[in-house]
Design a protein around this ligand. Structure first.
Ligand code: BTX
Length: 326
């Protein structure tokens, strides 16, 4: 069926601005008009926009290289996550836009999407490479009624949703490196950055930034990232429809978030640990105050990483860069 898709696209590419009748498509592809109709519907689901005009035929008016809001809305199964979408082609950082929207009272579940970020941000003032049309650069606004201390739990929850969404769409099994990296074969495919606004000790809004490398080729990365970063394309040599991945992740995230609000962090924690690369292995945690080498035991309910050193002492790690030691 991907062969048929290819042929269909060739026919449409040959006559880019013309309508092509169902009969002509059927003749060129050697199949029935019903089969053509089925494939046209499939293309629509994959994010193509097709015009169908009686007596004239079909014409493609938009291909799925963009992630315009309608492309996300069409097929989105969530109740509130991603129901309110802000989209711009080029932005400084989707985080900044989401912060402004949050401040102005935007509803929970609002998302901000861009095709390209000029000033994409990571943690601790690091930058996030966000080239045009190649990835998912998204900020999600949540308003959970939880104490500030629990905010890291939502970062962990998001990592689980990303792993599940990627697996559902691509079949690729990604892993999580504490606290917020999603890796495939040891290379970074996703980074997550959580920022919050709070009064006294309650969270007012939580802005979860998710950067997913989707269709980059290795040469799309600056040299210094070529050995540490990967993309879904690089892993499977296939171009992916970003809208479908966004939809899958939003649905997973909404389900997990609902479980979280009803049952607390424990069920999320179990899932997180099942995807975690570092649990049970020997790691080096580089913190601001020094290095701790030992076995990663798991995470606490606050999302704190527990590491047992050679002497048998357990350390609580709040913030660090982790590398796997063998
Ligand atoms: P982090 O601080 O864990 O990772 C940032 C580091 O990762 C960089 O210093 C660099 O070494 C490496 N890096 C930069 N870009 C990429 C990339 N595309 N792929 C792999 N590695 C890279 C992770 O921070 C959090 C990133 C969140 C990005 C999202 S995108 C939507 C939202 N808007 C925004 O500005 N940030 C978030």
């Amino acid at each position: 069926s991907s062969d048929l898709r290819k042929k269909l696209l060739e026919v449409f590419t040959d006559k880019p601005d013309e309508y092509i009748s169902g009969q002509e498509l059927a003749d060129r592809l050697g199949c029935s008009r019903t089969a053509i109709w089925k494939h046209i519907e499939e293309m629509r689901k994959d994010g193509f926009t097709l015009e169908a005009v009686r007596k004239k035929g079909y014409r493609i008016t938009n291909s799925p290289k963009s992630i315009i809001p309608d492309e996300i809305r069409f097929g989105l199964k969530t109740k509130f996550l991603g129901r309110n979408i802000f989209y711009e082609e080029t932005v400084d950082s989707t985080q900044k836009i989401a912060q402004k929207l949050a401040y102005e009272g935007a509803e929970e579940g609002t998302i901000v999407l861009a095709e390209e970020q000029i000033g994409g941000r990571g943690r601790m003032d690091r930058s996030w490479h966000s080239p045009k049309y190649k990835g998912i650069w998204m900020s999600v606004l949540l308003r959970p009624n939880i104490p500030i201390m629990q905010a890291p739990q939502l970062t962990l929850l998001t990592a689980v949703a990303v792993v599940q969404g990627i697996e559902e769409v691509t079949g690729i099994q990604a892993q999580i490196k504490w606290p917020n990296d999603v890796l495939i074969n040891g290379k970074k495919v996703t980074g997550i950055l959580t920022e919050l606004q709070a009064d006294s000790d309650r969270i007012h809004s939580l802005i979860i930034g998710i950067g997913i490398n989707v269709n980059q080729h290795i040469e799309d990365y600056p040299e210094e990232l070529q050995n540490t970063a990967t993309s879904l394309f690089i892993e499977k040599k296939e171009d992916w429809n970003r809208a479908v991945i966004i939809q899958a992740i939003l649905l997973k995230m909404e389900k997990l978030y609902t479980i979280y609000l009803e049952n607390g962090f424990y069920p999320i924690k179990l899932l997180w640990e099942s995807y975690a690369l570092t649990i049970g292995t020997r790691i080096t945690a580089s913190t601001l105050t020094g290095k701790i080498v030992g076995k990663a035991l798991g995470i606490t309910d606050d999302g704190v990483l527990l590491v047992e050193d050679e002497q048998g002492t357990t350390h609580r790690i709040y913030s660090a860069d982790i590398s796997v030691t063998s």
